[in-house]
Design a protein around this ligand. Structure first.
Ligand SMILES: C[S@@+](CC[C@H](N)C(=O)[O-])C[C@H]1O[C@@H](n2cnc3c(N)ncnc32)[C@H](O)[C@@H]1O
Length: 456
């Protein structure tokens, strides 16, 4: 009988697959072991770090025989950084696995037989594509540092010196703010004691406009060195178009706050998607890969089968981007979004682009779907683009009550997408087409657009 694995066991493992969490997968005496940083075809030495009921997690300790697929990661931080997990795999291979995650999800979770799954559309930029990065400050016992989180650790940050997912300007800005803060002796936040001032530096860039926004999140509004730090950032960070100071005096370690002060420059970031200009405020959602967003929205337009007489409902609309992008091809758009600041931006973005056929409502999709049903609002097509948790039961049920002829479901999580599609199918829809679009090279994440038609 096979011996059960235990924590700290060191085993030899052949990597045979990749999981949609980004981890590599092998089998040891019939037990699945998931290890970071393995490539299918690798033979590795692996230390078991955690044992669950029928699988285990491990840590690659030595590469015994590299896979023929394996390439050298570009980034010096690759082994510890929680930011990206697939730099050792050629981009064409990454796309194959992402397409498989989508079809596996549909089959295994959704139990769906899908007629057509398109080949995944890769990002033109494999590196430097991100327009947003959230850096953390962290005061550990002996070192105060600022950068990205160590993989799998909410309480540990490493000193980031390079990153290939974003522009050099973003990394340079971090280095500048970090060294200014050190010179001024401003304490970095300590996750354990919950003391210290500097918590996050959020960088947002207009990849197609050159705008550059920094948002410094601190514990207190005023502290020794604060004014000098902000003034030095304005003076020394090249190309800065906006500087915000956000105060988060709560325990919850999130880069949002109770008070947001515009310290310098414009109150928003300008970005373009195709024929449209957008203004984005510091806390509004915006797709992180600006250039690939146009590809994604073109796919959504294709799936929506836009017509001049069509009435379109854009659920989870953020600052209105999908609806505004499709507005010129349809009769009307109603966008719904929970974040009132994003809805305000959606309205401003509509007038900025002289678009008059879009209406936006702020509120919870689930609640507003009830209102739309009671008011007998009719839509030909419904586009949904929820967060990773997906639509979930109530929203699915209420969407189905509107009896739109077509639903275009956009999702960054193949598992919750498959679950939601299954529910829509049960309510009378048929999945017509599925298109994976890669917004996140070097990671295991994949965006999917799926269209469903009402079978009557
Ligand atoms: C994945 S983003 C999509 C944004 C937009 N469609 C785009 O392409 O930029 C999901 C959006 O859903 C919003 N959201 C989350 N929960 C919501 C809810 N219960 N009701 C309405 N909007 C919600 C978030 O604020 C976020 O803007």
């Amino acid at each position: 009988m096979a011996l059960r694995l235990r924590r700290h066991d060191v085993i030899e493992l052949e990597i045979v697959d990749l999981a949609n969490t980004g981890k590599s997968v092998g089998r040891h005496d019939g037990m699945v072991v998931m290890a970071d940083r393995g490539v299918p075809g690798d033979e590795i030495e692996c230390e078991i770090t955690e044992v669950k009921h029928n699988f285990a997690f491990g840590r690659l300790t030595r590469l015994l025989k590299p896979s023929l697929l394996r390439i050298a990661p570009r980034c010096r931080h690759f082994d510890i950084c929680g930011g990206c997990s697939w730099q050792y795999l050629p981009y064409s291979e990454q796309l194959k696995y992402k397409a498989r995650f989508v079809s596996d999800g549909l089959e295994r979770i959704g139990k769906l037989e899908v007629l057509e799954i398109d080949a995944p559309l890769g990002s033109a930029e494999e590196f430097y594509y991100r327009n947003k990065m959230e850096y953390s400050f962290c005061d550990e016992i002996e070192t105060a540092t600022a950068g990205m989180h160590v993989r799998g650790r909410y309480d540990a940050v490493f000193e980031l010196e390079e990153c290939y997912l974003q522009s050099a300007a973003s990394v340079t800005a971090l280095a500048k703010v970090r060294s200014l803060a050190r010179e001024l002796g401003i304490p970095f936040y300590n996750f354990k004691s919950c003391e210290g001032e500097l918590r996050f530096l959020v960088v947002r860039e207009g990849k197609l406009t050159g705008d550059f926004m920094l948002n410094l999140v601190t514990f207190n509004r005023e502290f020794a060195g604060c004014e000098k730090l902000l003034a030095s950032i304005i003076e020394q960070v090249e190309g800065l178009t906006s500087l915000f100071h956000t105060i988060n005096g709560r325990k919850a370690h999130v880069a949002i706050g109770d008070e947001v002060i515009l310290v310098h420059g414009k109150p928003h970031l300008a970005e373009r998607i195709g024929h449209l200009a957008f203004q984005i405020t510091p806390f509004s959602f915006f797709q992180t890969n600006s250039r690939q967003t146009q590809v994604l929205y073109d796919v959504i337009r294709d799936h929506a089968h836009v017509q001049p007489e069509q009435h379109l409902l854009d659920l989870f609309c953020g600052c209105g981007t999908i609806g505004l992008y499709l507005a010129k091809d349809v009769a009307s758009v109603l966008g719904i979004e929970i974040n009132p600041e994003a809805i305000e931006m959606a309205k401003q973005n509509a007038s900025l682009n002289r678009i008059a056929n879009c209406e936006f409502m702020s509120g919870d999709v689930r609640r507003l779907l009830v209102e739309l049903h009671e008011n007998e609002r009719q839509f030909d097509t419904i586009v949904t683009d929820p967060p990773r948790s997906g639509l979930e039961q109530t929203a699915c049920r209420r969407i189905c009550r509107l009896r739109a002829k077509r639903i275009v479901a956009v999702s960054c999580n193949p598992a919750t997408l498959a679950r939601d599609l299954a529910q829509l199918v049960e309510a009378g829809y048929r999945v017509e087409r599925v298109s994976p679009v890669d917004m996140f090279p070097q990671t295991a994440h994949v965006e999917t657009v799926a269209s469903l038609v009402l079978d009557e």
